[in-house]
Design a protein around this ligand. Structure first.
Ligand SMILES: O=C(O)CCC(=O)C(=O)O
Length: 191
């Protein structure tokens, strides 16, 4: 059963168990096979780094962040199925998806907000996770020592509503624990 939860003080909603644990195993296998995973070179503060995870972009338009530009291209079937399920639940429309594969605890995502101008002034982002549980952290942009940790697990859907990217940054820190692979898909609307 899907359980809807609001994260206090934020416009973030979680739909726990949006995919059941039996379903996620199968979906993860498909995503690993169908997505063209890439280790990209990103630019931060003028320096080039290899991003510490594998990624891919699929969408009706191109998408650029941290100095790297992804060209537009159609989604694989496995992603289209997930997108349709999310659109049915949320009554929203998305035209692009960023996929991230965290191969181990050494893969991570640094502090950032999804606030590129192509996402408009109030981006709404639907994020879904398959596989290992990792720490999902939020940090208030004004009060830097104000942090929250969200329990975001296999099969959960997170809806980041208007205002979230303006007020909060998020990150997935590295961990020394032995953890398996984790795939995250963030569905976006690009203008
Ligand atoms: O892996 C996650 O849960 C977060 C992904 C993320 O922050 C992003 O795609 O911008």
């Amino acid at each position: 059963m899907i359980e809807k939860q609001k994260i206090p003080e934020t416009n973030i909603f979680l739909y726990r168990g949006f995919y059941s644990n039996q379903e996620t195993l199968e979906v993860m296998k498909e995503l690993k096979k169908e997505i063209e995973w890439k280790e990209v070179k990103i630019k931060l503060f003028g320096k080039e780094y290899l991003s510490p995870r594998l990624s891919a972009w699929y969408g009706e338009k191109s998408y650029k962040y941290s100095g790297y530009r992804w060209e537009q291209r159609p989604c694989p079937k496995s992603i289209i199925r997930i997108k349709k399920n999310i659109e049915k639940l949320t009554l929203l429309k998305f035209n692009g998806v960023l996929a991230n594969l965290y191969r181990s605890g050494q893969d991570s995502m640094g502090w950032h907000s999804d606030d590129e101008k192509e996402l408009g002034s109030q981006p709404i982002i639907a994020s879904i996770v398959f596989g290992a549980t990792r720490r999902f952290l939020l940090r208030d942009k004004k009060i830097k020592n104000k942090k929250k940790e969200i329990k975001f697990e296999d099969g959960d859907l997170m809806l980041m509503g208007s205002g979230v990217q303006k007020c909060w940054e998020h990150s997935i820190p590295k961990t020394a624990k032995s953890v398996g692979e984790r795939i995250n898909l963030t569905f976006r609307l690009i203008y």
